[in-house]
Design a protein around this ligand. Structure first.
Ligand code: 5RP
Length: 218
């Protein structure tokens, strides 16, 4: 099975978590795109979606799936999204696609977060994948200096602006032994909008695709 086939397999498996007659939170990235394509096949069963990025909203609309503004929605039954890294506690690193802030908002507003990933994303210790941090542009240098003090090597994602008009610092060489603590510490740096750690509120379920099929971790 190729990596794309594994992504497709977890995207298909995630359909089991879609409750009829509810609104579904939809993530961003190549795995989430496979999920959107699967969701399109049962679109008549759901009430609509909330998307975590402009790109996902466009893909959903392209399939004729309704996309609501989060402010106009009372409840999201489940949020389905990929990850750049996950550990066995379902703590995640996200934001490789730059959508981390809206992803964290939609995940927070959802009753359940189902993460879908191929097994190359499973690690013992988070941090090999550079940790994305979304920053208000005028605070870029200040935040970068604070990140260096924490032992990281921040690199500006060149030529990239988030859907919220901000920049991303990708922090290299962080061995993240205490994800919850680091998430809190980074949240407390003035000028940081969001960091890509999902540890304070981890995924509730992880569907992990491998050569032997899809494993469920929860
Ligand atoms: C986007 C994300 C994605 O979930 C993450 O980058 C994984 O992407 P892919 O499914 O393409 O491997 O956090 O901001």
């Amino acid at each position: 099975m190729t990596q794309d086939e594994m992504k497709q397999a977890v995207a298909k498996a995630a359909i089991e978590y879609v409750e009829a007659g509810t609104i579904i939170g939809v993530g961003t990235g190549s795995t989430a795109n496979f999920f959107i394509d699967e969701l399109a096949k049962i679109k008549h069963k759901i009430d609509g979606t909330v998307a975590s990025s402009i790109a996902s909203a466009e893909r959903l609309k392209g399939h004729g799936i309704e996309v609501f503004d989060l402010n106009n929605v009372n409840e999201i039954s489940v949020y389905i999204d990929g990850a750049d890294e996950t550990n066995r506690h379902l703590h995640l690193v996200k934001g490789g696609g730059g959508a981390l802030t809206r992803e964290k908002i939609v995940a927070a507003a959802s009753k359940k977060f189902v993460c879908i990933a191929d097994d190359s994303k499973l690690v013992d210790v988070l941090g090999k994948f550079p940790l994305p941090v979304e920053v208000i542009p005028m605070a870029r240098s200040f935040v970068a200096r604070e990140l260096v003090k924490l032992g990281g090597e921040p690199v500006l994602r060149e030529g990239f602006t988030t859907d919220n008009g901000n920049v991303i610092l990708d922090v290299h060489n962080m061995e993240i032994m205490e994800p919850t603590k680091l998430e809190q510490t980074l949240n407390n740096i003035t000028g940081v909008v969001t960091n890509g750690l999902f540890a304070i509120k981890p995924a509730d379920v992880l569907l992990l695709g491998g050569q032997d099929g899809v494993k469920v971790l929860d």
